[in-house]
Write a protein that binds this ligand. Structure first.
Ligand SMILES: O=C(O)C(=O)C[C@H](O)[C@H](O)COP(=O)(O)O
Length: 209
């Protein structure tokens, strides 16, 4: 497995961050580190996201990736800003190939057998099972994993403290993604103590994995 994917698997959680203000990036990154989770996926949903990736990548201790990557050009921008993995909501051959050519792992969305099979054909080792809750939840991941024995899944979308353990219990799950430990409102309000607390609670749910 790609070293970066292996590291995501070790942390077992991928916090999905929406940054409205790049000034929040460093305190947010520190709150994640202090909460025991030195990982951040910054979604390219806001104009400030690339600046935020740059700030977080400069932190040094964080495994920073880009989310909501829809085009090969965005792969280039994200990687230039310091992203070390690229997450997409769906499966795009062009995005996957650009990731391969610049040497970062792609984590594209796939929730059907056809999509997972397409990911296998592209040589991918892991996919994002997105949106997880509305696509059948843990039962759907388990059913989909059965015929694709080598594939690993990163369920994301609608996961929180109440159901994360159900996903983490599945051997096919590499890690679980979500925004519940980094609520946008808390980040906006500068409430990084809240982020740290939610993060350490989420990390506690991964123990014994
Ligand atoms: O696919 C992408 O790149 C995304 O940005 C999707 C996000 O990962 C989810 O929307 C997070 O889902 P929640 O944890 O329910 O907030």
């Amino acid at each position: 497995m790609h070293e970066i994917l292996r590291q995501l698997g070790e942390h077992a959680l991928v916090p999905v961050v929406v940054l409205d203000d790049p000034a929040a990036a460093l305190p947010l990154g520190q709150a994640l580190v202090d909460g025991g989770l030195p990982v951040a996926e910054v979604t390219l949903r806001t104009p400030e996201a690339l600046k935020g990736i740059q700030e977080l990548a400069g932190h040094g201790g964080l495994l920073v990736g880009a989310g909501t990557v829809l085009t090969p050009d965005q792969v280039d921008l994200a990687v230039a800003a310091g992203a070390r993995y690229v997450v997409s909501p769906g499966l795009s051959r062009a995005v996957v190939e650009r990731c391969r050519s610049v040497g970062v792992p792609a984590l594209p969305g796939a929730v059907t057998a056809t999509e997972v099979q397409a990911a296998v054909e592209l040589g991918l080792e892991a996919v994002k099972f997105f949106p997880a809750a509305t696509s059948g939840g843990p039962a759907a991941v388990a059913a989909l994993a059965a015929p694709f024995a080598a594939m690993r899944f990163v369920p994301t979308g609608g996961i929180d403290a109440g159901n994360v353990a159900d996903y983490l219990a599945l051997p096919a799950v590499l890690a679980v993604g979500g925004s519940w430990m980094v609520p946008r409102a808390a980040v906006r309000a500068g409430d990084f103590a809240r982020v740290r607390e939610l993060t350490s609670q989420a990390v506690a749910a991964t123990r014994g994995r």
